[in-house]
Design a protein around this ligand. Sequence first.
Ligand code: G6P
Ligand code: MG
Length: 220
Amino acid sequence: MLKGLLFDLDGVLADTAQYHLLAWRELAERLNIDLPAAADADLRGRSRLDSLNLLLQYGHELEQFSAAEKASLMAEKNRHYQALVKRLTPQALLPGIADLLAAAQADGVMMAVASSSQNAPLILDQLGIADYFAGVADPTKVHQGKPAPDIYQAAQALLGLDADEVIGFEDAPAGVAAIKAAGQFAVGIGDDWVLRAADIIVPTTAELNYGQLKQAFNAD
Ligand code: G6P
Ligand code: MG
């Protein structure tokens, strides 16, 4: 029986994934690293450090930076990201999300956030949706980032539920992999092929319908 919904934040609840990518691309440019178009899907959902390591790998520069230098590069990216999201309002909620959250709440289903982003609490406040969530899993407290299952397991534990009682929502291949590794039901939002490991895939959040999702989950 469906008892909980676990949400990724960037690219699922809000239109913020583009700002992360923009900030990473700006850093790559400053370091003279050429990021291929495929890097966008690859970077989505990864923790701050995993994202930086991936970016440096693209430039074959992974070995060239000390831990202290990496910390300063991550701080630089985060400053840029925070400047980009400073004026975020509830307008940045993706289409269909407000209805989905309201419908799930009305049905007595609990919700939690399973984002890799340390900025998640701040963004949820800016979006005006923090009160919908019984918990926000802390990405700094998990052992491994997505695609490992840890953050989805942590969000599920915050709700006190079992893996077969929850649905996870993701826009990133690493995130869908994390949900499936946690043994949960995965809804992918985006490209069919990129997110093929998900149980259900919709092209955009506008196609998310609580009643239909519940039916598909129960039929599984
Ligand atoms: C999310 C985003 C990633 C971002 C990660 C860490 O999962 O999809 O693009 O790198 O969070 O975000 P943070 O705000 O902690 O740097
Ligand atoms: Mg995402």
